[in-house]
Ligand binder design. Structure first.
Ligand code: HEM
Length: 499
């Protein structure tokens, strides 16, 4: 009888301990979940995003802190808004946190399978990163393709000269988009895809395709919140993207075919180098990889670069003293005797104030305000909080750029702040990471940086600028439209004045 009593006691005690243990682990697990706003059933926190997700998330992070968790439909999302946590995500734990959540439109033509931007960080991804680092973006390669970009700068200046002679205004975003697109297409293929006068049918077609891609990729898609609807494509977005991607891929394929048929390597551009890599024995860069790589490079490299230039010009026109200071520096370093000065990319190191202007622009107006979404491959603990496996991770660089705990007078355009320190946007200083950091950092950074500085230097060295339609500096509208890149809602129209 005593034995039975002892046994019953032991069973009860074990159950009791087990209950405490289970409740205990549950409690400690939930206490590690990042803070979060209350999610509605089914839709979760989708409505909290609004039309300007970077701003809504910045505001939410003031209540819930620099790491918070949201349910976007069925997608668990972690939002990061401080340099310290960004470093944990993109540097310390980047091996586990470097996968991608893939938007449904990117599945068009299986782009996500071949694309360097969207594939998981596999061996194939490493090969593509290495090939682009060596054959497209290395300093030697960029030096050797500089001549193509300089020709495009001259054409931009010729266009500005025409406007100056006719005392007409120009849409600076549109003009720089053409210059950037043609700089890329000449660096890659030695050919233009666009022209400043919109004369050719081809240029109009390319513009439509690029704008279409930006629109589809930037518009919210219900499938991205509820992937089980994927087969239905209820908004028809993937079908439209199939069409745009198809046109570009066919065009790139024609160029590759033409190079393969040539007997000698004539152009010395990126396409020549990459076709050579593709033709090596046992090459792991196949023809689809090459075609989808070009698609990535154009989509990732055009609008980001030209919108940065438009934001920089807008800030300078709102701040005439800063504008005057950049022009003074340019004239001291480059001189103003000759008209339509050609600016070498090597001059950039001699222009500290211009470099500060570019950093300040990227701080306030990062073109990809939430970076490209990352995804966790496993559970990871970040500063005491649990980031669960398969969570989408958004790093709000826009919020970090305007955080008064990080920057003095964060909403003011003060390039001078960068003359006092060595902070740069190359992925080492986590308070300024418009290109990301860690293994997924933007590989196009060296080309983007050269292009932004050179276009700005060319425009500002040769001309003074005033706002069109008699507008004053206070009238420059700085509203943002959220999409695949963060755009000015109202284009900047300016009149060039001969310096
Ligand atoms: C990735 C920013 C220009 C090609 C990225 C990412 C950002 C970014 C934030 C994602 C980083 C991450 O996932 O953590 C920018 C900005 C640019 C710019 C601000 C200009 C101002 C360019 C240019 C090119 C380019 C000119 C190429 C011509 C790419 C590619 C990736 C990428 C291929 C994907 C890399 C990967 O996932 O492994 N960029 N970018 N970008 N960017 Fe850029």
């Amino acid at each position: 009888y005593l034995l039975l009593l002892l046994l019953a006691f032991l069973v009860c005690a074990t159950i009791h301990v087990l209950i405490i243990f289970i409740l205990g682990t549950k409690k400690s697990k939930s206490s590690k979940d990042p803070p979060r706003p209350y999610p509605f059933p089914i839709i979760g926190n989708i409505l909290e995003l609004g039309s300007q997700p970077h701003k809504s998330l910045a505001k939410l992070s003031q209540t819930y802190g620099p790491i918070m968790s949201l349910n976007l439909g069925s997608i668990k999302t972690i939002v990061i808004s401080s340099p310290k946590l960004a470093k944990e995500i993109l540097h310390k734990h980047d091996q586990i946190l470097s996968n991608r959540t893939v938007p449904d439109t990117i599945r068009a033509l299986d782009h996500h399978i071949f694309s360097m931007v969207w594939m998981p960080p596999t061996n194939q991804w490493r090969i593509l990163r290495r090939v682009s680092a060596n054959k497209v973006f290395s300093p030697q390669q960029l030096d050797s393709t500089q001549v193509f970009r300089q020709r495009k700068m001259r054409e931009l200046l010729d266009f500005v000269k025409e406007k100056n002679e006719k005392a007409e205004s120009l849409d600076i975003g549109e003009a720089t988009f053409v210059a950037v697109l043609n700089s890329l297409s000449n660096t890659f293929f030695s050919m233009d895809l666009d022209d400043h006068h919109n004369n050719s049918k081809k240029s109009q077609e390319f513009k439509e395709i690029f704008l279409g891609i930006m629109k589809e990729a930037g518009r919210p898609n219900v499938v991205d919140f509820f992937p089980m609807l994927r087969k239905l494509d209820p908004q028809g977005a993937r079908a439209r993207m199939n069409n745009y991607f198809g046109k570009l891929i066919d065009f790139f394929d024609g160029l590759v075919e033409e190079r393969l048929e040539r007997e000698t390597k004539l152009s010395n551009d990126v396409l020549d180098s990459l076709v050579e890599v593709m033709m090596e024995d046992n090459s792991q860069v196949t023809r689809p990889h090459l075609l989808h790589l070009f698609l990535d490079l154009f989509v990732a490299g055009t609008d980001t670069t030209s919108s940065t230039i438009e934001w920089a010009m807008s800030e300078l026109l709102r701040n005439p003293q800063k504008l005057e200071q950049v022009r003074k520096e340019l004239q001291q370093v480059i001189g103003k005797d000759e008209q339509q000065q050609q600016i070498e990319e090597s001059y950039i190191t001699k222009l500290p104030y211009l470099r500060a202007v570019v950093k300040e622009t990227l701080r306030l107006h990062p073109p990809i305000p939430l970076l490209v979404p990352h995804k966790s491959e496993d559970n990871v603990e970040i500063c005491g909080f649990m980031v669960p496996k398969d969570a989408q991770i958004l790093v709000n660089v826009w919020a970090m750029g305007r955080d008064s705990n990080v920057w003095r007078n964060p909403n003011e355009f003060l390039p001078e702040r960068f003359l006092e320190n060595d902070v740069d946007f190359k992925g080492q200083d986590f308070e300024l990471i418009p290109f990301g950091a860690g293994r997924r950092i933007c590989p196009g950074l060296p080309l983007a940086s050269r292009t932004i500085h050179i276009v700005l230097a060319s425009l500002l060295c040769n001309y003074d600028w005033k706002l069109a339609n008699g507008k004053k500096k206070e009238d420059v509208d700085m509203s943002e439209t959220y999409g695949i890149t963060l755009h000015k809602t109202h284009p900047l129209h300016v009149i060039p004045i001969q310096a």
